[in-house]
Design a protein around this ligand. Sequence first.
Ligand code: FEO
Length: 162
Amino acid sequence: MINDKMAKALNEQINEELYSSYLYLAMSAWFESQNLPGFAAWMKVQAREEHAHALKFFEFIHECRGRVVLQAIQEPAREWKSPLAAFEAALKHEQHITGRMDKLMNLALAEKDYATAGLLQWFVKEQVEEEASADRIVQMLKMAANAPGALLMLDHQMGERK
Ligand code: FEO
């Protein structure tokens, strides 16, 4: 069983993960509009990963006999100033999600809900990877600044993500 307070907080996280998926899909669409198909493909894979995160919470709540309540998903931005600006926004978003995971973990421990804490441990670890991969791309885009050839090479590399 999951208590109402914890279920409510995890339901809010489902919404955050679906928004993350929507945000990365919006970024994918923007990269397509910039003729950078590799970055667009990377973002589409990321959007799918976020959807899978939402489903992990969705399924966990049901396993714990809780009630899933889906809420409206906020509209994401449509435009970014540059590929670097898009990835800086992605990194900032991931830092926000990390902060949420920390709060959820604090709540789970305060409620002595060790099953939820176990699930959240997976997300805490995942967030380390999520921040690191966004940050690595931010750094690469900074190095590629003012060098269109480098940007195109990077685009090719990004398109290899499965
Ligand atoms: Fe679901 Fe990118 O964290």
